[in-house]
Design a protein around this ligand. Structure first.
Ligand code: HEM
Length: 170
């Protein structure tokens, strides 16, 4: 009789956790965190590029020659840094870490380097205003850069030299 009792106790001891585990497998734990749409929705990737700005000043139309533009190449501390694209001059001073003297994109500072931007080239030879030799694909890249800058930097003027404002416009 004792043997039967021991058997029943052992049997229950094994069966109860087994049933519990099976239940958990089938229906999940009541303690499991409830998934919300926030948990399941893909998290937006944080871009390393700057985000767009909504506090830009109204664009200015001040005329600059390419010669005058050279003074804004980031080599003079305290002086603004300008980058021109398709003749539009952008004030990039707040990104001196990128456009300042000796920095990655200083090649485009104090000039109109439209051709190089369109070609995705950092070669100083290509950092020139005349982009008329670019194919359609590179012109699209250039226009995208113009759009990128327009949403992030104040427009302070335009280049008046004819080679910086070729016939085709944006
Ligand atoms: C291995 C190749 C390259 C890498 C790893 C790279 C990386 C980057 C990074 C990290 C930024 C964001 C910089 C910041 O906002 O602090 C940036 C921006 C930029 N890159 Fe590049 N880049 C590369 C090639 C090029 C080339 C070939 C060009 C030539 C057109 C270029 C032009 C630019 C420009 C104009 C910006 C915008 C900077 C701004 O005003 O915010 N990059 N790049």
């Amino acid at each position: 009789m004792l043997e039967l009792q021991t058997l029943v106790i052992y049997g229950l001891a094994l069966a109860i956790p087994a049933v519990y585990i099976a239940y958990r497998q089938l229906y999940g734990s009541s303690q499991a965190p409830t998934l919300t749409t926030q948990d399941t929705a893909p998290k937006p990737q944080k871009s390393i590029m700057q985000s767009t700005r909504d506090d830009l000043a109204p664009p200015k139309d001040d005329p600059f020659t390419l010669e005058q533009l050279k003074a804004y190449d980031g080599s003079t501390p305290g002086k603004p840094i300008y980058v021109a694209i398709k003749g539009t001059i952008f004030d990039v001073s707040h990104k001196a870490d990128v456009y300042g003297a000796g920095r990655s994109y200083n090649i485009f500072a104090g000039k109109d380097g439209s051709k190089g931007l369109g070609m995705s080239s950092l070669d100083p030879e290509n950092a020139v205003p005349d982009y008329t030799g670019l194919d359609e694909k590179d012109r699209k890249v250039l226009d995208d850069w113009h759009g990128f800058f327009s949403k992030r930097y104040n427009i302070v003027g335009k280049v008046v030299d004819p080679e910086a404002a070729p016939a085709s416009s944006l």
